[in-house]
Design a protein around this ligand. Structure first.
Ligand code: TTP
Ligand code: MG
Length: 396
């Protein structure tokens, strides 16, 4: 049976929540940042993007590019509230749903066509239900693998809906510019360029051996698989139904241990937020490390029930230290909890008083983000941007 996946990703998420709460901002260049990720843009409305503003850009630069922009601080609690509303809708469409970040998730819709309708019809209905119930616009990509579903949602953003049929995967990916292929970082593209290759079609004509000679074994294999549309295995490591996970891909590889620990703390806080909201607990944590050569490792540990953010952090940090090959540059860092159970079964509250504790935690998160920003001068928590393939390139 051909698989069908939806990738749903909200458009300009934090900015659209701000616009929802203050409709006067509609149509204006809204720029959110400066609280949790002090000093950098978290995200901005598409109106602001026209001025060249984007996530991770220093706020000062954004102010120069867009002096009339509306600059707003990050209100993480509120975004989590809206995220939860959206995720509840997504979950109601399929039992096989996996949230992969605050505003995106995969739905396995395989075999639902007879019951619900064609994927395009169902996705259209889902988009309008999200808009009607939460007032937030989303983009949906449809494909037979998660990887291509993610490429498809991003391709059609904002307010997008796009399906890549299995027979079109190869031509789609080979028309996508190198810098828009998910998983390809700047460094990898530099290596490709330095071997005299500047476009995806030429790269795709290489044999696996040649690709590995340029990029190394793991990265060469990864890219070869993508360009030949063998992507079934990608994203599967996060697709466990009883888990909560989050990860970040860095613009620049990181090997500074202190910095990596700070990022782990930030990620652990994100998991804690979702544990509170979903009213769950767990006794198993995991970490995921992808090095700059694309080799990916995970490790997990089962102990007592998780107590709080610091507890998750300590446990993932211990795992991380055990697993990390010191000094090796990291591309992606992730963590999460497995074997999630209903909170009621546990005696220990994750947070005694959610509001008070969260604001305390918030301070720690802010301080951590601030420290990171100070060290790097930029937002290293930026996720690898997915990817706005040049649509003109895709026209036959
Ligand atoms: P994204 O889905 O990457 O971005 P977006 O929803 O703002 O815009 P779009 O999907 O239409 O391109 O990230 C979701 C949220 O995560 C975003 O609204 C803010 C936050 N975020 C940061 O705080 N810092 C970052 O560097 C990025 C990329 C996102
Ligand atoms: Mg988004």
């Amino acid at each position: 049976m051909i698989k069908v996946f939806f990738h749903v990703d909200l458009d300009a998420f934090f900015a659209n929540v701000e616009i929802l709460d203050n409709p006067n901002l509609k149509g204006k260049p809204v720029i959110v940042g400066g609280n949790i990720s002090r000093g950098v843009v978290s995200t901005c409305s598409y109106e602001a993007r026209r001025f060249g503003v984007h996530s991770g850009m220093p706020l000062l630069k954004a102010k120069k590019l867009c002096p009339n922009g509306v600059f707003l601080p990050v209100r993480m609690d509120r975004y989590h509230e809206k995220s939860k509303e959206v995720m509840r809708i997504l979950e109601s469409y399929t039992p096989i749903f996996h949230q992969i970040s605050i505003d995106e998730g995969f739905l396995d819709m395989s075999g639902t066509e007879l019951l619900l309708g064609t994927p395009l019809v169902v996705a259209k209905k889902l988009k309008s239900e999200i808009l009607k119930k939460t007032s937030l616009p989303a983009s949906i990509g449809i494909a037979s693998t998660k990887y291509f579903a993610k490429m498809a949602s991003n391709f059609s953003k904002p307010d997008g809906l796009y399906e890549i049929k299995p027979k079109d995967e190869i031509s789609f990916i080979r028309k996508t510019p190198l810098n828009k292929i998910w998983g390809l970082g700047e460094k990898t593209i530099e290596k490709i360029n330095s071997s005299g290759i500047y476009n995806t079609r030429d790269l795709a004509s290489l044999s696996l051996n040649n690709m590995q000679a340029i990029l190394g074994k793991a990265a060469g294999q990864f890219l070869y698989n993508i360009l030949n549309a063998h992507t079934d295995y990608l994203f599967n490591e996060v697709a466990q139904s009883h888990s909560i996970s989050t990860e970040r891909t860095f613009e620049n590889d990181i090997s500074n241990i202190k910095m990596l620990e700070d990022i782990l703390f930030f990620l652990a806080s994100e998991i804690a937020f979702r544990m509170v909201e979903e009213n769950v607990n767990s006794n198993t944590v995991f970490v995921k490390i992808r090095y700059n050569d694309f080799k990916t490792y995970t490790a997990q540990e089962t102990g007592g029930n998780i107590l709080n953010t610091l507890d998750i952090f300590k446990r993932v940090k211990t795992l991380f230290i055990k697993k990390y090959e010191k000094g090796k540059p990291i591309r992606l860092l992730g963590c999460g909890i497995l074997k999630v159970e209903e909170h009621q079964k546990f005696q220990v509250d994750l947070f005694k008083n959610k509001k008070d504790e969260l604001s305390e935690k918030q301070k720690i998160i802010e301080k951590t983000a601030l420290d990171i920003a100070k060290k790097t001068g930029k937002n290293i928590l930026k996720r690898a941007r997915l990817i706005q393939p040049d649509k003109s390139n895709l026209k036959e």
